[in-house]
Ligand binder design. Sequence first.
Ligand SMILES: [Zn+2]
Length: 136
Amino acid sequence: MPDNPALFRVPARCPFCGVSGTIVAETTISGGELSLTWCCRTCQREWPIAAEEQELERRAGNPDTRTLPRRERRAHVLETKVVEHQRLQVRTDQLKMEHAALSRDLVPFSQPDHDRHNAHLAHHQRDLKRHKKRKA
Ligand SMILES: [Zn+2]
């Protein structure tokens, strides 16, 4: 038996809802294949655990890449870039979702405009009340 099981770093926080510490790994076996997914218990979203996320044996045991031979070092840099790329892709997806959500909720006022508008409205409502009272 190999003594180096696959290691994955659990994401610190959910890339979708941003809550930390609620991510669990789920395994699904179908058709003789095992697939791994992260699952956020807060927002119930699932996303695949990529092979690139696997912790590298030497990184866990020896984080100082300067002691590695040049070729190993280069491989390590490439692997790091692949992981980073993966992370950015998740981040991009997350930002796209946030953008879509924001576009849906978009109000035509900026907050200061909104406050000003509300104050103005309250003023008119007071006037209207006074006017009605005078009429009555
Ligand atoms: Zn979440």
